[in-house]
Design a protein around this ligand. Structure first.
Ligand SMILES: [Zn+2]
Ligand SMILES: [Zn+2]
Length: 214
């Protein structure tokens, strides 16, 4: 009698944008019949975006379209296809919304377990229970294509380092730097020795809104 040690159950891809995808395809009709093939068109819906996930993700509820050709070969089932998806994210400089249209190809050979060559066990993707699971393949394909530092446009000027406004809205805006003469005048308003409560506040106001011209 063997006793299995209690296993810790890990939630696969918790919080992952693709966590609920099901792209498993039953290929019992193709297995062991080299030369036979089938095309499958499928779609998966995105869950809630992962705030710690990649910069570009599917919008919640949006779908990715997957078209895949399944070909039975001697060693297993060879799959190749395309994934179409519109990813959304924020410009890495100005935080404006950014879209990225992806149409990417993928392919993989799902090997019959008895066809795996010695030494290749690590990299082999196995065909188990006549099921081809495209989820990791499609997810990785999207992840590779997705921009890591998306930009609304190549020369996006970003945000003003001083006030945070979008430089594009007002490319010439400047921040008034009070020059030495003005600073000296300000010193006159706040007389030394009277720097209790209200006086300090008045000084702060004068600093914030200097009336340059009259
Ligand atoms: Zn931008
Ligand atoms: Zn500014």
């Amino acid at each position: 009698m063997t006793q299995q040690p209690p296993q810790t159950t890990s939630t696969p891809n918790a919080g992952d944008n693709a966590g609920t995808w099901d792209l498993s395809i039953d290929v019992a009709d193709l297995a062991g019949r080299p030369g036979s093939h089938r095309r499958v068109e499928s779609a998966v819906q995105a869950g809630a975006p992962d705030p710690h996930g990649p910069a570009m993700q599917l919008a919640s509820g949006d779908q990715a379209d997957v078209t895949v050709d399944l070909e039975s070969v001697v060693e297993g089932i060879y799959v190749h296809g395309t994934v179409d998806a519109d990813l959304v994210g924020e410009c890495s400089r100005c935080l404006d919304p950014v879209e990225q249209v992806i149409q990417a190809r993928f392919d993989e050979l799902f090997l019959y377990p008895n066809k795996v060559r010695r030494g290749e066990e690590q990299d082999a993707v196995l065909l188990e229970d006549d099921q081809v699971d495209l989820t990791p393949l499609v997810r990785d394909t999207l992840a590779i294509e997705a921009d890591e530092r998306p930009l609304c446009r190549e020369d996006c000027p970003g945000l003003c380092p001083q006030c945070g406004m979008r430089m594009e809205d007002d490319p010439d805006h400047e921040h008034v730097v009070i020059d030495d003469r003005w600073a000296a005048l300000q010193g006159l308003f706040s007389e030394p020795g009277t720097t209790d409560g209200p006086e300090t506040e008045a000084t702060a106001d004068a600093t914030a809104e200097p009336e340059v011209e009259r």
